[in-house]
Ligand binder design. Structure first.
Ligand code: SF4
Length: 269
């Protein structure tokens, strides 16, 4: 299928290679129009997306999610990057696979996506070592979570899953998941040479929290300013639910999810 720039498309993402191959065989057998991105995802015309997803599910294959293909400005670059992307085939010594179970567009920035991947085993024992390796990570021993940033992306490692917010697109997301797998495995392999750190560093500042808030100083939370709210939130003295615009306005929905994850990871939820 060729992409017609005047039409709308969606990307359907699959959890792993096996499911992707199975799904693409179903689409071919049902005569569905699609453009192959990789074993892990296809592009379909927007008006056929629901039908394609149903056919895949009825064909006993799984999908992680689907979202609008909005990359008209850089389609050629997107497909070139997709072609160059090599799925990480090697099984790690510790973590063998991450299954992408959820993909959706970021509500606050429709050109970026958020996702959840599940590990094939519990990685909790590696988190203190990763905490020692990544400068600027925030570790919460009680909740067994570790949060760190990679440019604009926010990555939360839990014992059995990873969430990533604000990935550029699905190719970027796959690359970040591969990096997470490598990070966990390399850290595990070298754990004898790393002094584990159980230090619960809170690296997020009030100004960073302020950056995620609506910044209207509307006082609905009972504070005089959003910055005052941010300071109290960081101390665990304010709740996200008290910020009415953040809770009610859809344009802030993504910020709220990111802040909730951050708060959970920092142990201030
Ligand atoms: S309710 Fe939200 S937007 Fe209004 S002042 Fe408080 S933190 Fe700022």
């Amino acid at each position: 299928m060729e992409i017609d720039k005047s039409k709308k498309y969606e990307i359907i993402v699959f959890p792993n290679q096996n499911e992707g191959l199975k799904a693409q065989r179903v689409l071919i057998s049902k005569g569905q129009d699609f453009k192959h991105i990789a074993t892990l995802a296809v592009v379909v015309p927007e008006e056929r997306s629901q039908e394609a997803c149903l056919a895949i599910i009825k064909g006993n294959a799984l999908i992680s999610g689907h979202y609008p293909f909005l990359y008209r400005d850089y389609e050629e670059d997107f497909f070139k990057r997709a072609k160059e992307y090599k799925v990480s085939e090697s099984d790690g010594d510790f973590l063998k696979s991450i299954t992408l179970c959820y993909v959706a567009p970021c509500m606050a920035d429709e050109k970026r996506i958020r996702l959840i991947g599940y590990f094939d085993r519990d990685i909790a024992e590696t988190l203190p070592y990763i905490n020692a390796v990544i400068k600027g990570a925030s570790y919460n021993r009680g909740a067994s979570t570790l949060t760190y940033g990679k440019e604009r992306r926010l990555i939360n490692l839990y014992n059995i899953k990873v969430t990533i917010a604000k990935a550029d697109d699905i190719i970027d997301a796959w690359a970040v998941l591969d990096e997470v797998k490598k990070l966990v495995n390399n850290t595990y392999i070298h754990r004898d040479t790393i002094k584990p750190s159980y230090e619960e560093k809170v690296k997020v500042t009030a100004l960073q929290i302020y950056g995620w808030l609506p910044k209207t100083n509307c006082r609905a939370c009972g504070e005089a300013t959003c910055l005052a709210f941010a300071c109290k939130f960081l101390l665990g003295e304010q709740k996200l639910s008290k910020c009415a615009p953040l809770s009610k306005e859809s344009k802030f929905a993504e910020n709220k999810v990111i802040m909730q994850e951050m708060a959970e990871a920092l142990g201030i939820a």
